[in-house]
Design a protein around this ligand. Structure first.
Ligand SMILES: CC(C)(COP(=O)(O)OP(=O)(O)OC[C@H]1O[C@@H](n2cnc3c(N)ncnc32)[C@H](O)[C@@H]1OP(=O)(O)O)[C@@H](O)C(=O)NCCC(=O)NCCS
Length: 339
């Protein structure tokens, strides 16, 4: 049998169908409690790139049929020596060296772009979970990558959500947050807050635990926020946002976002939550997060599950998620390979 690796041709619908099918099969094998990857989001790097990301997409074929793919995300604004990577092999064709061959092509591509580091995430054991093999983690270790950051995916089961408790938490946060007022918006940041959103988003990688990852904070500004919003619009992603405004200055000093992929009504992703360091200790994280959950639930009556990732060391964020009813669902590791 002949194995070939070639760049994906964006006009080749048949191959796009096949690589998406592989992504769905891998999801069902590796993280079966998550929904299939959204097709529109999956293809979007080809048509609507996120600002600062140049995606290279390779397809592995066995005797002409797609059996795996690799996406290399080259960073063009910040972290220009780093590339994020996604590598997926059809579960029916694993342990035949296809992953290794794709990886070698990815490393070659990274070298051509003067990159120094590859970073990729895999499913892994939850803290204390023993006796299971995780193919992605075993593969990353075999490729010489080092575990750089441990995360835990937590899930909120909406059916089990105690709505009275959510209201009580919100009331408690409001009482502690004197001098701040909550604000909400859907997809597009109101113009008056866009610079503050850029500032908060830029702080994320500075403030969240990053373990051993060599990753610098992202250079965010209002234009990049707007460009990212346009890219998310093109993916059909619905966003719910709640922020905390410091009344004395009018600045947005806390912010959280929850999103649903196009076509998804029952599943959401809890995205960023960040409070500016000078305004911590006023329960603004809880104010934003509990308020935003109530906001999303009011507009998304079919919502059943919300997933979020936290660094295992992110004590404060985890405490808030615990209070809201999020529970550990799976471990995850960010691997780094210096080439
Ligand atoms: C990880 C993945 C890409 C591996 O693909 P693959 O084609 O099976 O990998 P290979 O056959 O090239 O394996 C290379 C080496 O990795 C290790 N490895 C891969 N899968 C393994 C498993 N299930 N258990 C133990 N070791 C494993 C082995 O050392 C293997 O070499 P060997 O077969 O000679 O012992 C595939 O399992 C996958 O798509 N997983 C889901 C997505 C993911 O986690 N991607 C990785 C990071 S972005």
């Amino acid at each position: 049998m002949t194995l070939t690796v070639t760049p994906l041709d964006p006009t080749d619908r048949q191959t796009l169908d096949a690589v998406h099918r592989i992504a769905c099969a891998a999801r069902a094998a590796d993280e079966p409690d998550l929904p299939d990857p959204c097709r529109r989001r999956f293809e979007a790097p080809l048509w609507h790139p996120m600002p600062g990301i140049d995606t290279r997409w390779l397809v592995a074929r066995l005797d002409g049929s797609p059996v795996g793919w690799l996406r290399l995300y080259l960073h063009t604004i910040d972290n220009t020596e780093n590339a994020s990577v996604e590598l997926t092999v059809d579960p029916a064709y694993r342990r035949r060296g296809i992953g290794r061959t794709l990886h070698e092509h990815g490393v070659r591509l990274l070298r051509e772009h003067d990159g120094k580091r590859l970073v990729g995430a895999t499913v892994a054991a939850l803290p204390g979970e023993e006796g299971r093999t995780f193919p992605g983690a075993a593969f990353a270790a075999a490729m010489g990558a080092k575990p750089a950051l441990s995360d835990v995916r937590r899930r909120l089961d909406v059916a089990g959500l105690d709505r009275d408790r959510l209201s009580a938490l919100l009331a408690e946060a409001r009482a502690a947050a004197t001098g701040y007022r909550p604000v909400r918006w859907r997809d597009h940041t109101p113009e008056e807050y866009v610079a503050d959103v850029a500032y908060l988003e830029g702080r994320l990688l500075l403030d969240a635990p990053m373990g051993e990852l060599d990753w610098e904070p992202e250079q965010m500004d209002a234009a990049r926020v707007r460009e990212a919003e346009r890219a998310l619009d093109a993916r059909g992603v619905r966003r719910y946002n709640t922020g905390a405004v410091h009344e004395a200055t009018g600045r947005l000093v806390g912010w959280t976002q929850l999103s649903l992929d196009a076509g998804s009504t029952d599943h959401a992703w809890q995205q960023i939550t960040l409070v500016d360091p000078g305004h911590r200790g006023h329960r603004l994280g809880l104010l934003c997060k509990a308020g935003n959950l109530a906001y999303a639930l009011a507009h998304e009556p079919a919502l059943r599950a919300v997933d979020t990732w936290n660094a295992a060391a992110n004590r404060h964020m985890i405490a808030i998620n615990d209070q809201l009813g999020f529970r550990p669902a799976a471990g995850s590791v960010d691997w780094q390979l210096t080439i």
